[in-house]
Design a protein around this ligand. Structure first.
Ligand code: ZN
Length: 141
């Protein structure tokens, strides 16, 4: 692999794709939304349970490329236990960062591993899809 492909498929991404976190359809949930990225064929559905204003449980289902699945997995880890407003703020920050704006994604831990998509404009939607879908799910919560 050349350097930019290696940056795209960092070990964290490959591992989250291989063994995703919180990939399941829960028996019950408060909010749900579906996302689809036609340019790559990625699909994701997210399921959210709130405890008061806090995200008590967050899971996803779907299929697609390694970037899309790893991004959804990383998202469920990062957003759990956040308040709705905190979650929306983080989602906006991360989507701006992945789209190439000057945002330090490393402050979000392993999510920083997604940074490689910046060099592959076609793949940015693979990385941002889960986050946009979660935003759809909780915007009106
Ligand atoms: Zn994709």
């Amino acid at each position: 692999m050349d350097d930019s492909l290696q940056e795209l498929y960092q070990a964290v991404i490959l591992e989250h794709n291989r063994v995703p976190c919180n990939k399941c359809v829960p028996l019950s949930y408060d909010f749900h939304a579906d996302g689809y990225n036609p340019s790559c064929g990625d699909k994701v559905s997210v399921y959210v349970n709130f405890d008061g204003d806090r995200v008590a449980a967050l899971s996803f289902s779907g299929e697609g490329c390694a970037i899309s699945q790893a991004s959804a997995s990383l998202m469920t880890q990062l957003i759990k236990n956040k308040t709705r407003l905190e979650a929306l703020t983080i989602i906006d920050d991360i989507c701006r960062g992945l789209s190439g704006e000057d945002v330090d994604l490393n402050k979000y831990g392993d999510v920083g591993a997604l940074i490689g998509v910046r060099k592959f404009p076609m793949r940015i939607k693979c990385a941002t899809m889960a986050w946009h879908t979660l935003k759809d799910a909780i915007r009106d919560a």
